[in-house]
Design a protein around this ligand. Sequence first.
Ligand SMILES: [Zn+2]
Length: 410
Amino acid sequence: MSTTIGVHALVRRTHEERVLAALRAHGALSRGDLAKRVGLSRTTLSEITAKLLQRGAIIVADTDAADRTGSGRPADRLALDPASGQFLGVDFGHRRVQVAVADASHEVIASGVERYVDDTSWEARLAIAFELIERLSLETGVHYGALQAIGIGVPGPYTGKRAGIPAVSWKKQLAPDGVDAAFAERFGAPVFVDNNTRLAALAEAITRRDAVDNLIYLRLSDGVGGGLVVSGRLVSGAQGFAGELGHVVADPAGASCRCGKRGCLETIASVPAILAACRLQGVPLESLDELAQAVSKGDPTVDAVLREAGTMIGRVLGAAAMALNPGEVVLGGEIVRIAPVLVEQATATLRYELYPIPSAQPIIVRAAQLHDTDGALGAIAAIFHQSPLLAGYPEQAIPDEAAQKRRSTQ
Ligand SMILES: [Zn+2]
């Protein structure tokens, strides 16, 4: 994960977030009331609100003339601009880019998708994404002058530049170099980029009412990818390969894998591998739709293929679970919704693999809540998580006045 935030900018963003959080929680407020609520001096607050007004994050809603009892000039009351995009999530898949825009209250206020062909260059993908983002603005009235952060998901392993390692991809020509710089330059907001399956893992961990600190995520799709959340943080590893459980060997005598090894989980549990196994057993399936029909008819051959895949998934997850002791294991991908037997079988095998380990709270194994098409939401979830104050909102963001007094007298 790469970030581009300086210390000074971070302090300013933290102040801005406190102001935005107060307006989010209380509705329109005068500058005087805002200063008291967020614990900033009038001078600092004026600077912050001037910047926010200039960027279009907030507007002058009305004045406090109606509530005023004393004499004196009525004060402007400031409020969030409901059309102001604060967070931009972008998910670049192999064949489409998806965009979502969230406002200051974390509500998604615009979203859209645009398709492209598999071998589209990164330059062209960026142009398509920017066009989509502008079109959303025209169609919905949302604007981007106040973006606080941009999260971007890309396919393939990704380490970013922070680790000093160039971005790599299974398909080398698609290495998404320069994606972060292009967005930072265009929108003037902090950008970070990570592998989109990993962002989905984080989204699964934090978009629930009770955030899960330790989670293993596995996505079954054209390939098999994964992500690890450990102690509340996404793990990238030394070279960006952490969580690539699809390339753990499940059957040493199995089919050759695109990574160069033999019998990786991907050669057994990816969608193409499952369809191929069905065909090999005499059930001619070519698509997920056809698989869904076979499952709903209760085809015993298809059921056996799915159970075999579920068993292999459970074995690989069992080894990972021994290493990480996660609170939850999540299976994502459309095929998991179509064939719940995959989760059922993987759960049974995982429990068996972990059997001798006593546990008061057994690991929860479940299907993903977010769809594959929700990648941009994963990117947004990741920037909420990164944002210094929003991560704990609302508990942290607005200290009450008594607490502020205590702090100022310490
Ligand atoms: Zn492999």
